[in-house]
Design a binder for this molecule. Structure first.
Ligand code: GSH
Length: 114
């Protein structure tokens, strides 16, 4: 039997949109995390799923780990189209969606961390 999704995260971090997406999709998930963000990088549980020691990380029901907030969010949107989290791959708004998702992770995410 496949397990639930497991989100590795911390309050106020990039794991929040991942948990929000899973809630909107309506699947069961667990959250494992640190309440203090600076403890994330040395958490052995996090390092096991992401050798970079970064969150968010998402373990899929089959056991495969995904990292990178943009990759996780785009994959979830594509895997569960009924949740209408993103324009479909054939939608003319898709290029702008992917463009801004990638820009947020590469140009804005780091700024928010201070
Ligand atoms: N490119 C990654 C960046 C993830 C990231 O920087 N996460 C921060 C928390 S929001 C983190 O894990 N910081 C701990 C560290 O880098 O040591 C993504 O988009 O998911």
């Amino acid at each position: 039997m496949e397990g639930p999704y497991v989100v590795y995260g911390s309050p106020g971090s990039g794991s929040v949109p991942v948990a929000a997406a899973l809630t909107l999709i309506g699947v069961h998930y667990q959250v494992i995390g640190e309440t203090v963000l600076r403890d994330v990088a040395c958490n052995p549980d996090v390092i096991k799923v992401n050798p970079l020691g970064q969150i968010p990380a998402l373990v899929l029901p089959g056991g495969e780990a995904m990292t990178g907030s943009t990759a996780i969010l785009i994959w979830l949107a594509d895997r569960y189209p009924h949740a209408l989290l993103a324009p479909s791959p054939t939608d003319k708004r898709r290029p702008a969606f992917v463009r801004w998702m990638a820009s947020i992770a590469s140009a804005i995410y780091g700024l928010a961390l201070g």
